[in-house]
Design a binder for this molecule. Structure first.
Ligand SMILES: Nc1ncnc2c1ncn2[C@@H]1O[C@H](COP(=O)(O)OP(=O)(O)OP(=O)(O)O)[C@@H](O)[C@H]1O
Ligand SMILES: [Mg+2]
Length: 253
């Protein structure tokens, strides 16, 4: 299995935010995680990416256990993420925000940088080229020189995806990528997510907005930290427990 959690559990004091959660994601899949507010979705992402440590259970990536590894090491192994709230440098332009995300790959040594050796200049050029590619992939060319803080909300969300792509992830975890977007922005962001998938990147997406589910091969529903259903969108929509947890009623929405 490409990415897998087994018995993943996180307690905050007396609260079981995530309980005995088993998730499996195959390479190339888009898997959605849905569930009501406070269900534990963001906590799952924080556990997978090493931002918090589990009370119990394990996370495996490409067969290797990564539980309790530091976030930057997990990122380096190929697991990228975005945050629920747009996370960017407000005083940097869009392009600078993307370029600065590449420092997760500090392949250049101190002397190399100080002396501006040809090898350093080559790496610098590569980063600029790759940043242009990401800018193009996300369709952010028109706002390349706009400061982060002056971007509309939808563009800020896209920029956080752009920044996450800089680590060259094999799997990307998106936490509410279309949250708070207008319908037009949602439609556009969904085409961007499709493009990211077509680059061979596996996706795990947390979202409240059910529109996103049109992109997902499979959906996992969690409530109070427990998995309550899993399957195609059609299958989970017919699940009574899901309807009760998600919509507060038992008939399908
Ligand atoms: N650092 C923390 N300390 C204590 N409790 C926390 C912490 N982080 C999350 N929780 C609690 O764990 C539960 C799950 O939170 P989480 O943020 O994972 O939910 P979520 O499904 O992402 O919700 P939302 O849809 O609102 O983003 C909540 O009850 C939350 O209050
Ligand atoms: Mg959340």
């Amino acid at each position: 299995m490409f990415l897998e959690t087994k018995g993943l559990t996180k307690h905050f004091g007396g609260l079981a935010a995530v309980s005995q959660l088993d998730i499996s994601v195959k390479e190339g899949e888009i898997v959605g995680i849905i569930g009501p507010n406070g269900a534990g979705k963001t906590t799952v992402f924080n556990l997978i990416t090493g931002f918090i440590r589990p009370t119990a259970g394990a996370v495996k990536f490409k067969g290797k256990e990564i539980t309790r590894k530091k976030p930057h090491l997990i990122a380096k192994m190929g697991i990228g993420r975005t945050f629920q709230l747009a996370y960017l440098f407000p005083e940097f332009t869009v392009f600078e925000n993307i370029v600065s995300s590449f420092n997760l790959h500090p392949k250049s040594g101190f002397w190399e940088a100080l002396l501006k050796l040809p090898s350093y200049r080559r790496k610098e050029r590569e980063i600029l080229e790759q940043s242009e590619e990401i800018l193009h992939l996300l369709g952010l060319e028109d706002v390349k020189h706009v400061l982060g803080k002056n971007l509309p909300h939808g563009h800020q969300k896209l920029l956080t995806m752009a920044r996450a792509l800089a680590i060259k992830p094999q799997v990307l975890l998106l936490d509410e990528p279309i949250g708070g977007m207008s319908l037009e922005e949602v439609k556009y962001a969904m085409t961007v997510i499709e493009k990211i998938r077509s680059k061979g990147i596996t996706l795990l997406i947390v979202e409240h907005n059910m529109r996103i589910m049109a992109l997902c091969d499979r959906v996992i529903v969690i409530n109070f930290g427990n998995k309550i259903a899993e399957g195609s969108m059609r299958e989970v929509r017919q699940n009574k427990e899901v309807m009760k947890a998600y919509f507060g009623r038992e008939d399908a929405a």
